[in-house]
Design a protein around this ligand. Structure first.
Ligand code: ATP
Ligand code: MG
Length: 140
């Protein structure tokens, strides 16, 4: 086990319903520390760059429209095995398939509007953290 950092995004469907505090409580109760956090509205360009890995997928355009439809809360979570741990706390991409008591099961609306994003590997986490945060904004 190692202390890791991962990028998390509370998505527009969740900020719209005022779920930021409840979702943050899930992370903290699971032992993940929120070591950086800001509420922003993504531009189309930022969303397209962030999700570039999905640019050939059928859902790419709709996903970018959704992610720019309202505020998001971008954050860095830190803790033991934070990358995998956060994915467990979020649950499966499609809320229908997510385990009970996960964020996506309890709060997700659809496979697209699924309330939270989490980096899926150490390489992705490294890219995604510097995409949104400078070193001085991350306070462990
Ligand atoms: P995330 O990257 O947001 O943590 P994930 O890694 O579980 O989610 P990805 O395959 O990376 O899932 O997809 C990125 C996002 O694209 C999903 O979280 C969801 O919002 C959207 N998405 C994925 N699959 C579909 C789909 N079949 N239809 C519509 N939107 C989708
Ligand atoms: Mg992903």
């Amino acid at each position: 086990m190692a202390v890791e950092r991962t990028l998390s995004i509370i998505k527009p469907d969740a900020t719209r319903r005022g779920l930021t505090g409840r979702i943050n409580a899930r992370f903290e109760e699971a032992g993940l520390r929120i070591v950086a956090q800001k509420r922003i509205k993504l531009t189309r360009e930022i969303a397209e760059n962030f999700y570039e890995v999905h640019k050939d997928r059928s859902f790419f355009e709709d996903l970018c429209t959704f992610m720019t439809s309202g505020p998001v809360v971008v954050q860095v979570l830190e803790g033991e095995d934070a990358i995998v741990r956060n994915r467990e706390i979020m649950g499966a991409t499609n809320p229908v398939n997510a385990e009970e008591k996960t964020i996506r099961k309890e709060f997700g609306e659809t496979v697209e509007a699924n309330s939270a994003h989490g980096s899926d590997s150490p390489e992705t986490a490294a890219r995604e953290i510097v995409f949104f945060f400078s070193e001085v904004e991350i306070v462990g």
